[in-house]
Write a protein that binds this ligand. Structure first.
Ligand SMILES: CC(=O)N[C@H]1[C@@H](OP(=O)(O)OP(=O)(O)OC[C@H]2O[C@@H](n3ccc(=O)[nH]c3=O)[C@H](O)[C@@H]2O)O[C@H](CO)[C@@H](O)[C@@H]1O
Ligand SMILES: C=C(OP(=O)(O)O)C(=O)O
Length: 430
């Protein structure tokens, strides 16, 4: 199995191009199931999760053509044309769903277009139990009948779904996305209250509108959907990845470097930018994106609580914790979205960090220098927090189980080494 080797202590200097958002692409791709015309997505990142989603869609009957393999710094991404003339299978099998939870996003579109969907229950994962009960209640509110048996969700509707009222008791990104993709082809109007406002949800809603959908209130907590009988093809560009952006902002900060991130959407970075500024990082907008400077900075401890957008993202909590482990002073990081998202703590402790966890909060006492160590992590953002800690640590860090990183970070070693980092991928046999 591949590993990443880092020799830390080099302040990063240079430019890093930001790719298309994994979590936007993973909800935009299933939208191809909603029409028999071609949906073309550009600025698609080259990631393992995208391949998993492509494999899943192919077995539902989506024909695909991928172009524009990015060898030019990763900034332009790839272009994927998808066409689903007819749904050839309404089953999303366990083998694909267990690889990636976002597979459950085929449920809404399969049901809306085909009247039936059979999708493996995703089960829990390293960061929490992550049930899909709210997805299912939303589809029931649109007239679907749902059965759970043998580890599968079977959702059915006779004829079209019917517009209805969906009130989410808790903000759910995937639940809102499934509800939108179902409601857009329903008969009548749907109101989704307490909808997720994440930029990836907005991206989906804008794309559905480009396909002929009628969604209003995009970016607010109340989405109004006027159902239409059919959607048509469209061309749509995936938004830049705000979590990849935030991760490299932390990379600049933790190495006390000076990095420009290009191809960024600055307006969706507000909470991360503000928090890093409070910690003493200088951030300025440039013509191409953001410049992040921490050379000579005295990074201070800052308390953070994860929240739904526009709050501080849970997908940035592990990376920020690595930074706080090197700060001057203490900080408290509170995780409110997932019940088990501190799996990186024991590994950061192995690198000399001083962290104690009390329930949903971690107290981090910063120290001048972490020390390199062999580490591994059980989820994507925890894994990248090890890379960040390794970039700042004294000596060698080996990050194991990097297939998690390949799910969410395109050309990670190349992007970092272009800024001076000593980082390399050790192939399985070395
Ligand atoms: C592929 C993708 O886009 N993944 C993102 C998405 O995950 P995902 O869409 O799975 O996250 P949700 O917003 O649905 O989950 C938020 C919380 O709601 C709970 N919940 C959710 C659905 C449900 O039916 N019942 C229920 O109890 C979850 O267990 C969790 O505690 O949003 C998360 C929160 O920003 C991010 O961390 C993930 O990176
Ligand atoms: C948690 C994440 O992804 P997923 O929802 O696919 O597990 C993530 O992108 O950080």
């Amino acid at each position: 199995m591949d590993r990443i080797r880092i020799v830390g202590g080099v302040p990063l200097r240079g430019t890093i191009p930001i790719g298309g958002a994994k979590n936007a692409a993973l909800t935009l791709m299933p939208a191809a199931l909603l029409t028999d015309e071609t949906l073309t997505l550009s600025n698609l990142p080259h990631l393992a999760d995208i391949t998993t989603m492509a494999n899943l869609l192919a077995q539902h009957g989506v024909e695909m053509e991928m172009n524009g393999h990015a060898e030019n710094g990763g900034a332009t991404g790839r272009v994927l044309a998808m066409r689903c003339r007819e749904i050839t299978s309404s089953t999303a099998p366990y083998d694909l769903v267990r690889k990636m939870r976002a597979s459950v996003l085929v449920l809404g579109p399969l049901l809306a277009r085909h009247g039936e969907a059979r999708v493996s229950l995703p089960g829990g994962c390293a960061i929490g139990t992550r049930p899909v009960d709210l997805h299912l209640k939303a589809l029931e509110a649109l007239g679907a009948t749902i059965e759970l048996s043998e580890g599968y969700i079977t959702a059915r509707v006779a004829g079209r779904l019917k517009g209805g009222q969906i009130v989410f008791p808790q903000v759910t990104v995937g639940g809102t996305e499934n509800a939108l993709m179902a409601a857009v082809l329903a008969d009548g109007d749907t109101v989704i209250a307490n909808a997720a406002q994440e930029p990836e949800v907005c991206d989906l809603a804008h794309c559905l509108n480009a396909m002929g959908g009628r969604i209003e209130g995009i970016g607010t907590s109340t989405l109004r959907v006027r159902g239409v009988e059919r959607l048509h093809g469209a061309e749509y560009s995936v938004i830049p990845d705000r979590i990849e952006t935030g991760t490299y902002m932390v990379a600049a900060a933790i190495t006390r470097g000076d990095v420009e991130l290009t191809g960024v959407r600055t307006d969706i970075m507000t909470s991360v930018t503000k928090t890093l500024q409070e910690a003493g990082v200088e951030i300025e907008e440039t013509a191409k994106g953001l410049r992040v400077r921490a050379d000579g900075a005295d990074i201070r401890g800052v308390d953070v609580m994860t929240e739904p957008y526009p709050g501080f993202p849970t997908d940035m909590q592990a990376q920020f914790m690595a930074l706080m482990a090197t700060a001057n002073g203490a900080s408290m990081l509170t995780e409110t979205i997932f019940e088990n998202r501190f799996m990186h703590v024991p590994e950061l402790l192995r690198m000399g960090a001083r962290i104690t966890v009390h329930g949903a909060s971690a107290i981090v006492r910063g120290m001048p220098r972490l020390s390199g160590a062999p580490v591994m992590a059980t989820d994507l953002r925890a894994s990248v927090s090890m890379v960040l800690a390794g970039l700042a640590a004294e000596g060698e860090t080996i990050v194991n189980r990097i297939y998690h990183l390949d799910r969410g970070y395109e050309r990670l070693e190349q992007k970092l080494s272009a800024c001076g980092a000593h980082i390399e991928r050790l192939r399985g046999d070395r």
